[in-house]
Design a protein around this ligand. Structure first.
Ligand code: ZN
Length: 174
């Protein structure tokens, strides 16, 4: 079974490369991402979370009961209304943190069949898309937090402390 990379893994901190063409290989990878996302009860999964250097993610729409692939996504518009909600991440299991996010956005992307699309999203879907876009930029949930909150989370789990503090350059500050 394909493993999800955990926080502290340097691969999660690299920006992903654009997909040049949506071919069978890319579609197979998207299927794999969707499978891993479902098995782990996730709502979204970015390619780099399973070690693929590709600028793409999958998201489950539970109202429509459909998974959509977002390839080379670009945000065209971000709403100015900011909402704070709890958020989780498959690369940081057992934690949820409050992250402020815009409640609406417009995103341009290439879909599973290689078609260019633009869509408006709001609420939990806008939140999920922002979360996945951050992954593709090499960032993840923990880095949205101030230093004190990061320390609080990490101190509860001594086994991750050393590794992640070293990786994100916090070790020398404490
Ligand atoms: Zn995540």
């Amino acid at each position: 079974m394909t493993k999800i990379l955990m926080h502290g893994d340097p691969f999660l901190e690299r920006k992903c490369q654009d997909v040049e063409k949506v071919n069978n290989k890319i579609q197979d990878e998207l299927h794999l991402m969707a499978t891993v996302m479902f098995k782990n009860n996730g709502m979204g999964l970015a390619a780099n979370q399973i070690g693929l250097d590709r600028n793409m993610f999958v998201m489950y729409n539970f109202r429509k009961k459909k998974i959509r692939a977002y390839i080379n996504p670009v945000v065209l518009y971000l709403g100015t209304n900011i909402v704070e909600e709890e958020e989780g991440c498959l690369s940081m299991p057992n934690y949820s943190v409050i992250v402020p996010r815009p409640s609406k956005l417009t995103v341009k992307f290439t879909d599973y069949r290689g078609r260019n699309r633009t869509t408006n999203v709001s609420g939990i879907y806008a939140r999920c898309i922002m979360h996945e876009l951050e992954h593709l930029e090499g960032k993840y949930m923990l880095q949205n937090l101030d230093l004190e909150s990061q320390q609080k989370i990490l101190l509860e789990k001594p086994w991750i402390k050393t590794k992640i503090w070293t990786d994100i350059g916090l070790l020398k500050k404490v």
